[in-house]
Ligand binder design. Sequence first.
Ligand SMILES: [Zn+2]
Length: 274
Amino acid sequence: MTRTTLSAEASVEGAGLHTGLPCRAVFRPAAGPTGLRFLLPDGSSPIPALLENVSSTVRGTNLTLGGRTVHTVEHILACCAGLGVHDLDILMDGPEPPAADGSALPFAQAMMRAGLAEKTGQEISALPLPGPVELNDGEAFYRAEPAGGLFLSVVFDHPHPMLGRTEIALEIRPDSFLREIAPARTFGLREELDGLKAAGLAKGGSLDNAMLVERDRILCSGGPRFADEPVRHKALDLLGDLALLGAPLRAAVRAGRTGHRNNVNFAKLLSGPR
Ligand SMILES: [Zn+2]
């Protein structure tokens, strides 16, 4: 398929979810077949969004190269995977992209406003997937089979009475991504909040950028966008982590009890011993 970037620059500004630090993320069209890359203002070399650069998967996926880290990259990467953007330079003046509204929608809308551009003469091949790939780790499970497109089936099964078991299955195309996945916001449990803050996480978290799950209600600005918003956000995070493969995935993926660590480990299995 023809490699795709954006037609023009786009940007999103705001504080990061975990660091709370301000950041302007500029999406700059990439002329060459350079993949998805993060660039920091110190002029150092770009950090490619590839599995080999994953340095942490605690409550988000962080990339590190040459001692420089970008935090919580998965929502921007999910937009690229969902919309079919293969090459993009993401310039950031802070260490973590804006939390925005906790979903990927503000990034996706910025990219769609800029427009997508096919780069005639530059081709990208889907990731070779000769057969099924499975990962099982405790209650987490992942399976991928070769398919004609990218189909995600994600199960979310949580003992919390406000969460329970939900499932979403869809083909990832730009229209389905924008409608079904991009708007789903991140969430956290009330009882986890103190621990997260003590660990230096969620410093930028608020009801404007996350859903807070309490014993008998879910709090967030504007109310829930979907009855099953958490499982949709799990699909969003999985899609973003799979973008670290650096090539389009043509597979039917079924996964449950997902998290960033296993998402990345599964992507490593998919990338194979090549
Ligand atoms: Zn997320």
